[in-house]
Design a protein around this ligand. Sequence first.
Ligand SMILES: [Zn+2]
Length: 306
Amino acid sequence: MLGTLLFALIALNSDISFSSPCPECFVLLYPDRDSSSGFTDYRCGNLSYDGHTGTDFAVADEAKMRSGVTVRAAAPGRVLRIRDGVPDRKVSDLNQVKGQECGNGLVIDHGRGWESQYCHLRQNSVTVRPGQQVDRGTPVGLVGQSGAASFPHVHFEVRHQGKTIDPNGGIPLNNSCSTNKTALWQQPIAYIPTALIHSGFSPQVPTMAEVEAGKWHNYQIKATDPSLIFWTRSYGVKAGDRVTMTMVNPDREQVVDYKNTLTKDNRIFFIYTGSRKVVPGTWTVTFQLDRGNQKLIDISQTILVK
Ligand SMILES: [Zn+2]
């Protein structure tokens, strides 16, 4: 009897397991585990939105997307259907992508009623065809921003017998958060509620759109630039979080000493500071985000201006 029971448990646990469809990405949004008009991720945090059905594996900006980030089959199976040819663009009006919300993507049949879907892939990047067998990790396309996407990512969705499953908890979405059910990931995917997405420099006040597009990605400040701006973009920032930014010029004068306590939650938090006087030499900048007595983000960078 014990032998039979043990066998049954093992069979259930090994029914399916998924690998990350994008090992180079970070998870920005999880499926919504709240069946009401509110939303919650599987850890009872706010990395979701009402009605979200997948896990969004994101890259920092469109520059990273353009560099080509591979999307991989999360488990072995057979490709059921694909779509390609939808342009990559940040969508503000959902009517622009009506009927093509998933953008370029594919669905893989893993057998025993399991399916996985991959959305928003880069235009003309889908490399598999319907009927093709894929292994775990087979490249299927590139991370893009096609369909109903407001940032470059792959939306990864799991279904079992037609029902959407949260792979982060292994159960249907209408079950609330804080489950202790086992995740369906072959390797654990860390839950990071707050983190820096990227940071950099610009010679003028940057807009969020420019930073999302990767315009100031790796920009090198020159002594002839009109200003030296240090910018950061983070996710999962909450009301009550304390922000500190500092800047020290090559003469070791502190030209920025900014402190602020945030009054509202920010899914994406964009902030910059800077100096209108640019002199050659080594500058040091810092950005910190504190919650209670936890230091959630703490970066310090030096740059050499020539
Ligand atoms: Zn999504």
